[in-house]
Design a protein around this ligand. Structure first.
Ligand code: G4P
Length: 534
């Protein structure tokens, strides 16, 4: 487990000011709108409305295909950097569709914190819960934003209770809403003892902020009608008694989440949330690796690939590897060692993603996300260092939940299919297995939609029509153990054996019963549902 420390001022200032995070939410809760306001207040865009086309969360299948054709857009939305006050924010986009959970998981390995957006009327929804669970696996600190308070929403206590009960995390109110729906006036900022008033007339204007001397301050009565004021005082008093106080360490440990109430579309509560990320952090955290963890303040540069996006320009077959910098101060042109191949790589055209533009990254610090264009050398899970043989860990590959046979529409083009599938496997878009017996490939994914996307991309990018057909197998397990035991096992089960795109052996299963049988008959062989990418 990583050692998360509070924001002690021990990192170099350039690193300490970085905040690298993702937004998790159920589709429609307001992730795109919030992202847009972040960029607006970070000065990265001039006008609200520019991110709308890029939000991935609400895409339908056909939108997704279209987006796949227009790769540039989705790439620039994958990571965005902007400054806010003294901080440099790196916002990493998580794919919205539940079918891409593996990709999401890996994306979350590249961030230090997550913002969980919930819709005040709907509370914790299915996708929120799934994504939250992924954050929990890594003990990521979570800031919660309860959105759409300008609409009829649930009772504040009820919302907080639901998060606590449903997600088993302590919740502390950072702000408290005053009224709701049409009567929503704004919030009492519980951390800074301020009154924040929402401006309904101008959606992009930041709320008026009034410094108060606690809830007994007579100035409150100038802004809040008596009935609402009484309710506010009662509720805040009750909340202070019933709910935990903000505890920075508990937040950093991922056991306590502060919640802000607001309305992203009205720009309300957004700045307070941004202040929260800036102020509470966390700053860039250590990266788990073998044989030792990497600390962000190490002077030597290191980073790891958590995402690969290929064929952004189909004519050039280029790929961009998204690298999270783990340590040091990277400068353009540096030679880094690609640890897997032990080869040096000159990083001459790294890119930074500034809202809608890509820019050459002249430099990057621990915590930053850069894109490295390459021709396929860089794969998910790869580590780059200044020479040390160190390997970042904790970037898993999951056993697919759906398998289908994949064949080229034109049998003469089977070779090309091999190439296309290998490339998608390296991009992490699917698992590709070559069975020991027989021809063709078996493709494994987590959700049905991935087959459709894959089929359309192979056709679009390689001019190869493909057919997916049902397979007798339903899942796959990686095989490990002593060489002799594995060989004996493979020989006895040839009809079930395949190799993945790294050449590792997998056992294709039909039923859970198959796995139980192997465990009984071959105790020396281990079957696993995850594999570390390396
Ligand atoms: P997502 O990325 O999480 O899927 O959500 P997105 O930001 O696209 O927001 C989903 C819908 O909720 C949008 O409405 C958006 O305008 C609306 N919305 C976001 N924040 C707020 C808020 O604070 N208050 C209210 N009342 N609505 C909010 P839409 O009608 O689906 O799209 P659009 O026509 O407005 O673009």
């Amino acid at each position: 487990m990583l050692d998360r420390t509070s924001n002690a001022p021990e990192l170099p200032p350039e690193i300490a000011r970085r905040r690298t995070f993702a937004i998790i939410s159920h589709p429609d809760a307001g992730k795109t709108t919030l992202t847009e306001k972040f960029l607006l207040y970070g000065g990265a865009i001039q006008m609200a409305g520019q991110v709308r086309a890029k939000g991935e969360a609400r895409r339908t299948r056909s939108d997704y295909m279209q987006m796949e054709k227009d790769r540039g857009i989705s790439v620039s939305a994958s990571a965005m950097s902007f400054d806010f006050e003294d901080y440099r924010f790196n916002l990493v986009d998580t794919p919205g569709h539940s079918d891409f959970s593996e990709d999401t998981y890996r994306t979350l390995t590249a961030v230090d914190a997550a913002i969980m957006v919930i819709d005040g009327a709907k509370g914790v929804e299915s996708q929120t819960r799934k994504l939250f669970e992924v954050c929990r696996l890594r003990d990521l600190p979570i800031l919660t934003f309860c959105n759409k308070m300008d609409r009829e929403s649930r009772d504040t206590f009820e919302i907080i209770d639901e998060i606590q009960e449903n997600l088993a995390i302590d919740v502390t109110p950072a702000s408290w809403p005053i009224g709701m729906g049409r009567d929503f006036l704004g919030c009492y900022d519980m951390l800074n003892r301020r009154l924040e008033l929402m401006d309904r007339a101008d959606r992009n204007r930041v709320a008026e902020s009034i410094k108060l001397d606690g809830l007994d301050d007579p100035r409150l009565a100038d802004h809040v009608p008596p009935r609402q004021l009484e309710q506010l005082r009662e509720e805040v008093e009750m909340a202070s008694e019933l709910m935990p106080q903000f505890d920075h360490q508990a937040f950093l440990d991922g056991t306590l989440t502060p919640i802000w109430f607001g309305s992203a579309i009205n720009s309300f509560g957004v700045k307070e949330l941004m202040d929260g990320i800036g102020h509470f952090g966390p700053q860039p955290q250590p990266t788990s690796a073998e044989p030792r963890q990497i600390s962000p303040d190490e002077t030597k540069v290191s980073g790891f690939v958590f995402k690969v996006q290929a064929n952004m320009d189909p004519k050039h077959r280029d790929r961009v590897a998204f690298v999270r910098m783990s340590s040091g101060h990277f400068r353009r042109g540096m030679k880094l060692t690609h640890v897997r191949s032990k080869k040096p790589m000159a990083i001459s055209n790294p890119v930074l993603f500034l809202a809608s533009d890509r820019e050459l990254a002249e430099e990057a610090w621990a915590g930053d996300i850069i894109g490295i264009p390459n021709h396929g050398q860089l794969r998910i899970g790869d580590t780059l260092t200044e020479g040390e043989a160190i390997r970042v860990t904790g970037i898993p590959s999951f056993a697919p939940e759906l398998l289908q046979n994949c064949r080229a529409g034109d049998p003469m083009k089977a070779k090309h299919l091999d190439k296309a599938l290998t490339q998608f496997a390296e991009e992490g878009a699917a698992k590709v297995f070559k069975p020991m017996l027989g021809a063709g490939f078996i493709v494994g994914v987590v959700g049905q939609l991935q087959f459709d996307v894959l089929g359309s991309r192979i056709e679009g990018e390689y001019g190869l029509p493909v057919r997916f057909e049902p397979s007798q197998f339903t899942s796959a397990r990686w095989v490990s153990g002593e060489r002799q035991a594995v060989d004996a096992f493979v020989n006895a089960n040839k009809g079930h054996i395949a190799h993945d795109s790294d050449g590792d052996i997998v056992y294709l299963t039909r039923l859970q019963w198959d796995i139980d049988r192997i465990e009984r008959d071959h105790p020396d062989v281990r079957l696993t549902a995850t594999k570390e990418m390396m």
